[in-house]
Design a binder for this molecule. Sequence first.
Ligand code: ATP
Ligand code: MG
Length: 393
Amino acid sequence: MIIIPKKNHKISRKKISKNALKILCRLKKSGYQAYLVGGSVRDLIIGNQPKDFDLVTNATPFEIQKLFKNCRLIGRRFQIAHIMFKKEIIEVSTFRGNNQHHKKKRYKKKEKFGILLRDNVFGGIEEDAERRDLTINTLYLNIFDLSIRDYVGGIKDIKKKIIRLIGDPETRYREDPVRILRVIRFSAQLKMKIEKKTAIAIPKLAKLLSYVPGARLYNELNKLLQTGFGYQAYKKLKKFCLLKRIFPFPFLDYNKKINFLINKLTINVLKKNDQKIQKKKKINPAFLWSAILWYPYFINTIKIKKKKKMTYKDASYISLKKILKKASYMLSIPKQIIYSIREIWKIINIITYHKENLFYQIKKNKKFYEAHNLYILKKNIEKKINFKKKLIK
Ligand code: ATP
Ligand code: MG
């Protein structure tokens, strides 16, 4: 372990949330150890503004609850405390122990593929460091003297711009496959290289992503693709052959042309979203999902139309239901997002088939602007390969 004293870094208390500082002070004054940890320390060292401030302590969740009236305990796998303020929630976790060192069998219970099922063992700071994901996310800032404790070489890796999993990558990915997506995310977000062993294990274990619960996968994918560096992240997902593991349709079943269209439309929307976020504009997460799923929906509609000799409208209704059901099953896409995707697609169909009497109505629809944008984007791509003539007729 090395300790980096205040004079060797530029973090100042001014950049840290006042609420986080208050909690750290109270924990310390009550005789507990307490540190700022994780992404916030990493971002402060790099010079970025942290998104949130995570704290860690040797106080147990119940001891934390006793100290703070505004505290709520959450989580089953590992209980953590949420301290609630008007405009902020600060997460306080207890040092996590290493399950492997624990004698009781039930704490080691792993599923068939090595996925950790129970993780609720408390430990000391060194064990806590071993249990975290990346070296760059494992720095502990003591806010009293502003010294940083580094147990796993995080400072060196930040300087060298390296994303490195702590411990044996294969074991760590097996314990929690979401770490694969976190490695991709931080590498794209922070423009850092993935260390060789951390990278090599990814394609081998990518199939484990299908065991991640849909809601967690959906959240992680949104952080990956919809927070300002989506295009870079998508390129990395593609490079590591992860797309077919995380998107709710079998990429490989489509012919080359369709894969080209899906890919192009997704990339164009990601680039647009990234630009918007850079300009601090809001984006609608449904826009990206409606683009990613558009061609699977459209191709499926055409197939149903031909097979069942239906009108496009009837076939599109069946197809829409089928594709969105599949998507929400695999990714647990929230209901309001599914509703928006459906609206966007409906409007695109009306624009495409020129129902002029309906045009007036849809212009009033809140989703018209997004649907029209997506329509233009896809039309421009389709022009390049003379797509519809071949497919529809
Ligand atoms: P950001 O909040 O900027 O997205 P972060 O690194 O703070 O990034 P969080 O999800 O807030 O990410 O997690 C806080 C910390 O908890 C991480 O920095 C890491 O130390 C630890 N952590 C999070 N997810 C995992 C995981 N799947 N496995 C091991 N440790 C994790
Ligand atoms: Mg965080």
